[in-house]
Ligand binder design. Sequence first.
Ligand SMILES: [Zn+2]
Length: 101
Amino acid sequence: MKMVYTNESSVLVNNAKNLLIHNGLSVSVANEHNSTGGHTLLANMELWVNRDSDYDKAMELLNTLKSSKNIKEWVCTECNEKNDASFEICWNCGSEAPRQP
Ligand SMILES: [Zn+2]
């Protein structure tokens, strides 16, 4: 087993767990009993893959989770086209993405 993710927020760990399970990985959660209502009392919750061979795939999936967490789909201020979060400039008119608040 290998640990792939840990966070003080049980919500985020559960999100990560669901993502991996959804992609067919077998995972375990550690320290879950320390969490009450989304707040961790003692140790951070930990997410583990049961098969070491799943480690690389898990990290890849979790990286997409992290990179998309803070950036949402955005709307161009110039032409009002919707752009995917991964675009740094508007696909339609080439304007720069507005800074996230
Ligand atoms: Zn635009």
